[in-house]
Design a protein around this ligand. Structure first.
Ligand SMILES: NC(=O)c1ccc[n+]([C@@H]2O[C@H](COP(=O)([O-])OP(=O)(O)OC[C@H]3O[C@@H](n4cnc5c(N)ncnc54)[C@H](O)[C@@H]3O)[C@@H](O)[C@H]2O)c1
Length: 225
């Protein structure tokens, strides 16, 4: 399979490494080679099975528009663009392209999502979320924290779920979900020690997406990997 990685930053460079290790052909472009999605033309995408995007929110939207308009396939790890998710899902479906996106491609966080749905079943508890990331992260709260909140609200609509964000050094991503009652407290915690977990999930997602038409969030299809 030929994978085109957009973004040679902290995560994109690991995606390229993991994809090569798994036997895929890899091309990678950073902003100088792909400003405003300039490299995502039909001739440039010929032969590319899946594009993987770990760039920045605005760039990711431009990249998705270009790839999906051509009926291509794109895995989007970039967060902070979800106000446009319906438009981009519709474009994927209209053009017969494939879109797979997720706030967190790590396998451990997928387990945190399902445990959070279980925790949210508790009655008479107050829920809160705390996240810590590196100081160069653009969006706050993190996309993962927002997904955790969405999962709790799906079980308990209308409750207040405060989210606290911290930006510290090179922190790779910590998320804590707390449930506190008058009598006790529970905590679910996930700490990413390395970015390789995100990269592996994104490459496995790309392998799954190749040749499919439609739009999916990673947690919907995670069980099929
Ligand atoms: N979903 C997940 O599992 C997950 C995991 C880690 C990071 N992320 C997200 O991925 C994104 C990138 O994170 P990072 O830590 O790797 O950032 P980073 O800043 O280290 O790297 C981003 C790279 O993208 C490049 N870029 C910007 N516009 C581009 C364009 N049009 N074409 C090609 N390259 C372009 C930048 O020059 C930079 O090198 C962020 O939104 C982050 O929140 C998501």
């Amino acid at each position: 399979m030929l994978i085109l990685v957009l973004g040679k930053g902290k995560t994109g460079s690991l995606v390229a490494e993991v994809a090569r290790e798994r036997g895929h052909g890899v091309r990678a472009l950073d902003i100088d080679e792909n400003r405003h999605a300039s490299a995502l033309t039909a001739p440039q995408l010929a032969g590319v099975d899946v594009v993987v995007d770990f760039t920045a929110p605005e760039a990711a939207v431009e990249n998705m528009r270009a790839v999906l308009a051509l009926g291509g396939h794109i895995v989007v790890g970039t967060t902070g663009w979800y106000a446009k998710v319906n438009e981009l899902k519709a474009l994927a479906i209209q053009r017969g392209g494939g879109l797979l996106y997720g706030t967190n491609f790590s396998i451990g966080v997928q387990k945190l999502f399902s445990l959070t749905a279980e925790l949210a079943q508790l009655e008479d508890y107050k829920f809160s979320i705390e996240e810590t990331h590196h100081t160069t992260k653009v969006d706050a709260p993190s996309g993962t924290a927002l997904t955790l909140k969405e999962i709790i609200l799906a079980v308990r609509p209308g409750i207040d779920v405060p989210v606290t964000s911290h930006r510290v050094g090179d922190a790779k991503g910590e998320h804590v979900v707390r449930a506190v009652s008058d009598h006790d407290a529970l905590e679910l915690r996930h700490d990413a020690h390395s970015r390789r977990g995100f990269a592996l999930g994104a490459v496995r997602g790309a392998e799954w997406l190749a040749g499919k038409s439609g739009a999916w969030e990673f947690r919907e299809i995670f069980g099929q990997l």
